[in-house]
Write a protein that binds this ligand. Structure first.
Ligand SMILES: Nc1ncnc2c1ncn2[C@@H]1O[C@H](COP(=O)(O)OP(=O)(O)O)[C@@H](O)[C@H]1O
Ligand SMILES: [Mg+2]
Length: 270
């Protein structure tokens, strides 16, 4: 019979060995669903890759693996019993459970199964040498974030995504409390869907209210990394697998994502 302790150590060693080749690990989290975590994770990854960094993007939202649609269906391969993430750009790789299961099929897993899948995505995957590995998480303080933080220990940064409504803040506070309880470093807040630019007069229309991101950043003494406009073209492009930073060139939303990526690249060094 195999010694389970030995297996556990072996798995942990594989994770350690793989993760040692990655300079910065950054998680994207939120208090609520639908606020734009995946949008931020995808565009952070593409913007960093376009700046010349080697980037990996790992989708840890097992029940809503939206990265696949947002990047277009790309397939990982297998080499020497290990997963090779899908190549999105020459210096951007991505992996999602959504690339491995049939479209429209539910992943029906409890915590322990998700935990072992996460370990495989970290330890049995050929990420190679990377500057950044970005983790897209499901909302809140559930199994996936817990597994990630427990498996990796201290990461280089957590980015919190929120919308500007004050009502979203209660949930974000809980998520920030969780980040701190897990001894992780919150590096900043992204306020998404901050405003819509009127196509006729150019005025900012704050459809979800205003001020939420700023209040949070002040209260927790972290940077407001950016205020991303709601742009209907962005939603359409996301559905078509076209990341904003690559396809909506010279737009306000693209500029904001580039600024956010630059700040993240600076803040992880601190
Ligand atoms: N700034 C934005 N402008 C337009 N649409 C957006 C923006 N941010 C997100 N969306 C859209 O809103 C939906 C939810 O965003 P998503 O990134 O999937 O959120 P989450 O990962 O937090 O659930 C998606 O359809 C996405 O394309
Ligand atoms: Mg998501």
């Amino acid at each position: 019979m195999q010694n389970p302790q030995f297996n556990l150590n072996n798995e942990q060693n594989k994770v350690k060995e793989k993760m040692e080749k990655i300079k910065f690990k950054v998680a994207v989290l939120s208090g609520k669903g639908g606020v734009g975590k995946t949008t931020v994770a995808v565009n952070l990854a593409t913007a960093l890759a376009e700046s010349g960094y080697k980037v990996g993007l790992l989708d840890l939202d097992m029940h809503g693996p939206n990265i696949v649609r947002m990047l277009g269906q790309k397939n990982p391969t297998v080499d020497e019993d290990e997963i090779v993430p899908a190549e999105i750009l020459p210096n951007l790789k991505a992996l999602s459970i959504g690339m491995l299961v049939e479209e429209g099929k539910a992943v029906i897993w409890r915590g322990p199964l998700k935990h072992s899948a996460i370990k495989q995505f970290l330890g049995d995957t050929k990420w190679g040498e990377l500057d950044f590995l970005i983790f897209d998480l499901p909302p809140g303080t559930g199994d996936e974030a817990l597994s990630l933080f427990q498996t990796l220990g201290k990461m280089d940064g957590v980015v919190m995504v929120t919308t500007p409504q004050k009502v979203a803040i209660d949930d974000v506070k809980r998520a920030i409390d969780f980040v701190h309880a897990m001894n992780q470093k919150l590096i900043g807040i992204v306020e998404n869907m901050s405003f819509v630019r009127c196509p006729k007069c150019g005025e900012k229309i704050e459809i979800f209210g205003s001020g939420g991101g700023e209040i949070l950043a002040k209260e927790y003494n972290v940077e407001l990394l950016g205020q991303v406009p709601l742009d209907p073209r962005a939603a359409k492009f996301a559905d078509e697998g076209k990341p904003i930073t690559l396809y909506l060139r010279q737009s306000e939303i693209e500029e904001e994502f580039r600024k956010i990526a630059e700040k993240v690249a600076q803040l992880v060094e601190k």
